[in-house]
Design a protein around this ligand. Structure first.
Ligand code: PGA
Length: 250
């Protein structure tokens, strides 16, 4: 039985003052919800604040990106061991916003994935197709290619130490979530593709859905057999909404 996981992705939002209320609200709201794991991926400058406010709670914290390199001359980058230094346990890798706006490729995402694992972090590896790709019936081709970029390099076995996230680009930040059936179809495809290499890992790996998750749709989406939780963007900036999404698992 896979344990559900809800991850908040704050993206580039927050301030010391607003984070304080948000973190306290989420901690209080999920404290009595023992049936799932919770993670908040916060911007780098707020790691210390997240660590201080979350360390005695059932909410873990993580990053939204990391360098594939350790100590070196790379102005503006943050290494895996720096994340570990701040008690981070998770890191998002290959989010579509980074693939599109920051020129992340399958190669660079795979390098970050590997670097995260080497540092003992759990990568949350994102995959998903654009609207045009879905309309052209390319969803499985695109998601399959992104998944294979990891399996071919590192083998399916390493996926047992990772979390996967299906995030259709047309659903991220749009108020047009995938229907539970649409999401389930792709999650099942991902799991079957992993099973071709390693049935045990396929049965065990957690695959999150992300893209316009909301208290109104989370319950139906999380009820799908191959969906093991969610990657939540905007609703993770509102303690009440995030907690309601977490409650929909109970
Ligand atoms: P959203 O973002 O929930 O605001 O659609 C999801 C994500 O990008 O992880």
């Amino acid at each position: 039985m896979r344990r559900k996981l809800i991850v908040g992705n704050w993206k580039m939002n927050g301030s010391i003052a607003s984070n304080q209320l948000l973190l306290q609200g989420i901690v209080a709201g999920v404290k009595n919800l023992p049936h799932a794991d919770y993670v908040l991926c916060v911007p780098y400058p707020y790691f210390h604040q997240a660590q201080t406010l979350l360390q005695h709670s059932n909410v873990a914290w993580g990053a939204q990106n990391l360098s594939a390199n350790e100590d070196t001359a790379l102005t503006g980058s943050v290494s895996p061991s720096m994340l570990v230094d701040y008690g981070c346990t998770y890191v998002i890798v290959g989010h579509s916003e980074r693939r599109i706006l920051s020129h992340e490729t399958d190669d660079t995402a795979a390098a970050r994935f590997n670097a995260a694992l080497k540092a003992g972090l759990t990568p949350i590896f994102c995959m998903g197709e654009s609207k045009e790709e879905r309309e052209s019936d390319w969803t499985e081709y695109i998601v399959g290619r992104q998944l294979d970029s990891i399996i071919r390099r590192f083998g399916a076995n390493l996926l047992s130490k990772a979390v996967l996230a299906y995030e259709p680009l047309w659903a991220v930040g749009t108020d047009t979530p995938a229907t539970p059936a649409q999401a389930q179809e792709v999650h099942q495809f991902i799991r079957k593709r992993i099973a071709r290499c390693d049935a045990e890992v396929a049965a065990q790996v957690r695959i999150l859905y992300g893209g316009s998750l909301h208290p109104n749709n989370a319950k139906a989406i999380f009820a799908m057999p191959d969906i093991d939780g969610g990657l939540v963007g905007r609703c993770s900036l509102d303690a009440q909404a995030f907690v309601k999404i977490c409650q929909s698992i109970q």
